[in-house]
Design a protein around this ligand. Structure first.
Ligand SMILES: *[C@@H]1O[C@H](CO)[C@@H](O)[C@H](O)[C@H]1NC(C)=O
Ligand SMILES: *[C@@H]1O[C@H](CO)[C@@H](O)[C@H](O)[C@H]1NC(C)=O
Ligand SMILES: *[C@@H]1O[C@H](CO)[C@@H](O)[C@H](O)[C@H]1NC(C)=O
Length: 298
């Protein structure tokens, strides 16, 4: 009798262990290898992980973004708001957290590399830059209370390059402090004029740049100022994960104000519009959507 109980217990434990193991991503691409990480700068704290994403992961993010673009263009001309889609085209699109196993795997990998919890991250934003397009110098942290209400400040940014760019398109930190370390590793002639204005990272398909917008004391770090240099030749696709100091999934209630801004919100939410049309329904921290209450995000 005792031995039966024992072996049952053993079986139970064994199945627990099996279950535990299978809840981790199985693919070898999710294993983090610290030797692939290089320091770019210490002021700001910035690091590049070479080959962070596989070709399949890069292609997958691009194709998700492309189908989203097509979808919103069509939705817009059906409702007659075609002007909006121009804005969206250049501003990129958000891919829902854990939208599919590949996206979930990428998010898992980001959490392992940064040691920051997945729930502190925003949805991944995919951006496309065509010839001449750029992103002027800016900080990723916000100064206003509304934007830091959800999850607090943006602490870190993981910028993943989905394509090689023939010329230009570097990410540059114009206020970074040069270190002897860095000078040895980047050849100036490889960089565009813009890229030479500071410490630059050349976009390479699959590489990921991690930088911190806050000091370890949680005070904003002005040396994290950064820009996307103009693309001179080729096309640049990137995917960004912003990570906050606190959970971004926790529902917030700015001043007890959790309202829908349109009478049809409840009906739209029931029809699945929160997932189909998140830009309008849910919005982003910068631009809150119209149906946050019905989409249950506040
Ligand atoms: C909407 O846009 C699509 C793709 O650009 C186009 O094929 C279609 O004809 C447009 N429909 C209307 C009603 O304008
Ligand atoms: C709540 O939201 C509505 C609509 O956006 C706004 O007019 C109102 O001023 C807000 N109230 C508070 C207390 O923030
Ligand atoms: C609600 O949405 C409909 C459809 O887009 C629009 O016609 C209407 O003006 C909106 N109402 C408000 C109060 O924004």
């Amino acid at each position: 009798m005792t031995s039966l109980v024992c072996s049952l217990q053993f079986l139970f434990l064994f199945s627990l262990i099996l279950h535990k193991c299978s809840s981790y991503p199985a693919s070898s691409s999710s294993i983090i290898n610290p030797s692939k990480v290089k320091q770019v700068s210490w002021k700001p704290r910035a690091f590049v992980y070479e080959g962070f994403l596989t070709d399949l992961e890069c292609d997958h993010l691009i194709s998700l973004a492309k189908s989203e673009l097509k979808r919103s263009a069509v939705a817009d001309n059906v409702s007659g708001k075609s002007k909006l889609s121009e804005v969206r085209t250049s501003s990129g699109m958000f891919i829902h957290k854990a939208k599919d196993p590949i996206v979930a795997g990428i998010e898992e990998k980001i959490a392992s590399w940064t040691f920051l919890p997945k729930e502190n991250g925003e949805d991944i934003q995919v951006l496309r830059y065509e010839h001449g397009q750029k992103y002027d110098p800016h900080y990723d942290y916000f100064a206003d209370q509304i934007n830091i209400a959800r999850g607090g400040h943006r602490l870190a940014t993981v910028l993943m390059y989905l394509t090689d760019v023939v010329k230009g398109g570097e990410t540059v930190f114009p206020s970074a402090e040069e270190s002897r370390h860095h000078k040895a590793s980047v050849k100036d002639e490889d960089l565009s004029e813009c890229g030479k204005q500071g410490i630059a990272v050349k976009p390479r398909r699959g590489d990921a740049l991690l930088f911190f917008s806050l000091h370890p004391t949680a005070i904003p770090d002005p040396s994290s100022l950064h820009a996307g240099c103009p693309v001179i030749e080729g096309e640049k696709w990137s995917a960004t994960k912003w990570i906050h100091v606190d959970s971004f999934d926790k529902t917030v209630n700015v001043g007890g104000n959790c309202t829908d801004l349109n009478d049809s919100c409840e009906r739209w939410a029931a029809l699945g519009e929160c997932n189909r049309n998140p830009e309008y329904m849910v919005g982003s921290p910068e631009l809150p959507g119209y149906c946050r209450r019905s989409c249950k995000i506040c």
